[in-house]
Ligand binder design. Structure first.
Ligand code: V47
Length: 380
């Protein structure tokens, strides 16, 4: 599969050698991988790296997502989820009781959650104390449940609203019980493109700085890239290189999640060459290139909600090692036309992983393995 002569014929000898010897790939290498005509050759390199890191394990998490509001001051052009005001059609803002009711429904026998994933729009008035209360109430209900909440963008928003530093916001949320942050809001870092897709959102420098601040406080975070809209391959590789550089400095990114842009109900219209069936292959190639470029980020998630339950497991052969989880309720992707179900059962996730040729491994929010009875190590 990793035949040197074949990679030489593709003009990828040096990349092939670097991957086998564990050396870092350059910006130009990343572009060459995007331009390589044989996507399976790119995938085989990524599979090699993925198996070096995780063997044939594929991770999943028993989780519930809660979006507390879609009212948002940011006005991102790609986003179908957001509403400008609570009075707008389709707008919602959950109360604390609503959040706790959703948690109680999900975190009860026989299903116990290993992650609570909470994100929302940047609400114009809801104060930081509301979010501290929310985390404290969740912890009071189940002190063992890891709370993964708030993107770097929400942290920046709380800081502006309260007139305090982002580090102070992070400290307060950590004191309330926050252990992990999801990776949303990174979109595409390029300074010329970002204003076209998310003009009012925290900029690239702020997103990366806040991630580093979280890491320095011991809060692990994920990171994402929204792709398949206006960006070029150069923008994608630039984005990946900036994540890699930040990780060299602060080391707290646990998982990278490439998010394919879903187009329904979006103000952002795609150029014609971005629409059509080739998008599935582009998603697999992007997973593979990301796995190869991000040599310092341990996990790569093929998020089944956005990629779809058929393509996401294929990505396990292209460098991904995680499918995310049971989810139960998802709004951001579904308001943008995601065709996937709202959730998957543990049995469905495990069957999907096994049927794809991998070993299911249950993890929690911070990627600690919870039940490794199925893993190759445990079977030895
Ligand atoms: O930041 C919004 C993206 C993100 C669309 O960290 C869209 O474990 C595609 O980050 N099409 C939020 N994507 C979701 C997210 C996430 C999801 C699951 C797990 C984790 C994790 C993080 O969703 C946003 C944005 O990049 N998004 N609209 C859309 N139309």
């Amino acid at each position: 599969m990793l035949d040197a002569a074949y990679y030489a014929a593709l003009g990828l000898s040096s990349i092939h050698e670097k991957v086998l010897s564990g050396q870092r790939l350059s910006f130009e290498d990343g572009i060459a991988l995007f331009n390589c005509p044989d996507i399976t050759a790119v995938g085989a390199l990524a599979l090699h790296v993925r198996c070096r890191l995780h063997g044939h394990n594929a991770f999943y998490v028993v989780n519930r997502q809660i979006n507390y509001t879609n009212v948002c001051v940011n006005g991102c052009t790609f986003c179908a989820f957001r509403r400008d005001a609570e009075s707008d059609s389709g707008a919602f803002a959950l109360s604390l009781d609503d959040v706790l009711a959703r948690l109680r429904d999900a975190d009860s026998t026989p299903l116990h959650l290993d992650e609570l994933h909470i994100v929302g729009g940047c609400h114009p008035t809801r104060p930081l104390s509301w979010f501290e209360d929310m985390i404290r109430s969740v912890r009071a209900f189940n002190p063992d449940l890891p709370v993964k909440a708030f993107t770097a963008v929400e942290i920046e928003h709380f800081s502006r609203l309260e007139g305090i530093s982002t580090v102070e916001v992070l400290r307060r949320l950590q004191a309330a019980g926050l252990v992990m942050m999801p990776g949303g809001g990174a979109e595409i870092f390029d300074e010329k493109l970002r204003p076209q897709i998310c003009p009012h959102k925290a900029d690239a420098a702020a997103w990366l700085r806040i991630s580093g601040e979280a890491h320095s406080l011991g809060i692990k975070t994920n990171c994402t890239m929204l792709f398949g809209h206006l960006e070029t391959y150069e923008h994608r590789i630039d984005h990946l290189c900036r994540l890699r550089e930040q990780q060299d400095k602060s080391g707290g990114f646990t998982c990278f999640i490439p998010l394919p842009f879903l187009t329904e109900n979006s103000l952002l219209k795609l150029p014609e060459d971005k629409v059509g069936p080739q998008r599935g292959l582009d998603q697999l190639r992007t997973v593979a290139v990301a796995r190869l470029m991000l040599d310092n980020i341990p996990h790569l998630k093929a998020y089944w909600i956005m990629m779809g339950p058929k393509l996401a497991p294929v990505a396990l052969w292209y460098g991904a090692d995680d499918l995310d989880g049971t989810i139960i309720e998802e709004r951001i992707g579904h308001m943008a036309g995601a065709q996937s179900a709202q959730g998957m059962t543990i049995a469905e996730l495990e069957h999907t992983i096994r049927a794809s040729g991998f070993t299911p491994v249950r993890r929690n929010a911070t990627f600690n393995i919870l039940d490794d009875s199925d893993s190759p190590e445990a079977r030895q």
